[in-house]
Write a protein that binds this ligand. Structure first.
Ligand code: SAH
Length: 396
């Protein structure tokens, strides 16, 4: 096994169990290692720091699998980590019986580069690092054994694979494509999940609790759902007896799926739903000109800042949509505002939303902090992860 010896004084981050080791900390590689191979990482004085996956093309040169010298990285390791992750979901009462569930949340489950989402009897994996890619077979075997699922689909087509020198890889790894497609039940609403053509692994499971909350307050409200994707928030709002739900997305296929999802739920009032294929930044300006207002607005944009380097530009985009959102709210109205950018922390996000309210000339207060669901845990040793953060704000 190859060994990475760090430069003097560069061991601090590994000692804090940060899962990433950057190229600038590396002194030398002893022995041989190719992309994805497991290497032992040593401090400059020879102390053991951990074992991780080597990635020669990435600035993140090693992703740690383990900080325990007694733990070897093999099939048994992946089975153990995966079983642990799945058991932690089943132990939480609110996650029991969910048909759509994140089983593995990468660094938060000690498995950098590995995402696994379950939709009924299908598991979708996304492998984004050289190490995860290398251990594909062990990961898939463990998922099948631990969950008893009948199908595994790989959706490793995320852009970040390019930074690791990896090609996009998609396809059925176990079992065959379901003839009738896939659908999950979320809080009594049926949602089709397109694991092959949808975003990410097919659906945004992290918003599950927030969609339930929207449903609980929707009655009688005129609701604007920005960045609606396949209509998750929209359908819950309708289920909660909203007076009207206007949903915007710039993706035609997402809107087609959203309409189809509504049709899967004949109990919901289709006449109260309006779908708009538009750019949210432009649509909000148009509503402002037209004098259109709402009782509740959801802003759940895609990540504007993949890393801290993009934080400035992202901050301007968040400020823009939040400012416009505040201007469209009726007195007493509610804003559910989110960011999933790793490069924008909770505090910065709150500052942005506060300054948007100020510039919009609205007095407002945070009623509640909103987070991702419990199957998307936040690793304390990895605060810069792409975790969902949100604020529920009420204006006067
Ligand atoms: N709220 C959704 C997930 C949103 S994902 C849910 O609960 O499922 C972000 C969505 O924003 C994607 O569907 C993407 O197509 C859309 N999007 C990205 N940029 C956009 C823009 N400028 N205007 C409108 N929609 C946009």
């Amino acid at each position: 096994m190859g060994q990475i010896v760090l430069l003097p004084g560069k061991e601090r981050s590994a000692m804090k169990r940060h899962p990433w080791l950057f190229a600038g900390s590396v002194g030398r590689l002893e022995g041989r290692a190719r992309a994805g191979d497991t290497v032992t990482v040593l401090a400059d004085d020879g102390r053991f720091l951990g074992r991780g996956a080597y990635s020669p093309e990435s600035q993140i040169r090693v992703r740690f699998w383990s900080f325990d010298e007694a733990e070897s990285i093999d099939d048994v390791f992946f089975k153990r980590r995966i079983a642990q992750a799945v058991a932690s979901r089943h132990a939480l009462p609110e996650l029991r019986g969910q048909e759509g569930l994140r089983l593995i949340h990468a660094e938060s489950d000690g498995l950098p580069g590995v995402i696994a989402d379950q939709y009924g009897d299908t598991v979708v994996v996304q492998l984004t690092s050289a190490g995860a890619d290398k251990w594909r077979k062990a990961i898939v075997n463990a998922l099948v054994q631990v969950t008893g699922c009948t199908r595994v689909y790989e959706r490793s087509d995320s852009d970040v694979r390019g930074l690791e020198g990896l090609e996009p890889t998609v396809g059925w790894l176990y079992g065959e494509a379901p003839v009738a497609g896939l659908a999950i039940d979320e809080h009594g609403v049926k949602l089709a999940v397109d694991v092959v053509g949808g975003h990410k692994t097919g659906f945004y499971l992290d918003q599950r609790d927030n969609r339930a909350w929207l449903r609980s307050v929707a009655a009688g409200k005129d609701i604007l759902n920005c960045f609606c994707y396949t209509g998750g928030f929209s359908l819950q709002a309708l289920a909660g007896d909203a007076r009207s739900v206007l949903s915007i997305d710039s993706s035609g296929p997402a809107l087609t799926q959203a309409r189809a999802n509504l049709a899967l739920n004949p109990q919901l009032p289709v006449e109260r739903a309006e779908w708009l294929d538009a750019d949210v930044f432009q649509a909000l300006r148009d509503f402002r000109k037209a004098g259109r207002t709402f009782d509740l607005i959801v802003l759940d944009p895609p990540k504007f800042a993949p890393s801290a380097a993009h934080a400035d530009r992202a901050a301007r985009a968040y400020k823009d949509i939040n400012l416009l959102g505040f201007r469209l709210l009726r007195p007493g109205g509610l804003l559910m505002s989110y960011s999933c950018s790793g490069g924008v922390g909770v505090e910065l996000f709150q500052k942005i939303v506060a300054s948007a309210a100020l510039d919009a000339g609205r007095s407002a207060r945070i009623v509640r902090r909103l987070a991702g669901a419990a199957d998307h845990p936040v690793a304390l040793n990895f605060p810069e992860g792409e975790y969902l953060k949100g604020l529920l704000v009420q204006v006067d």
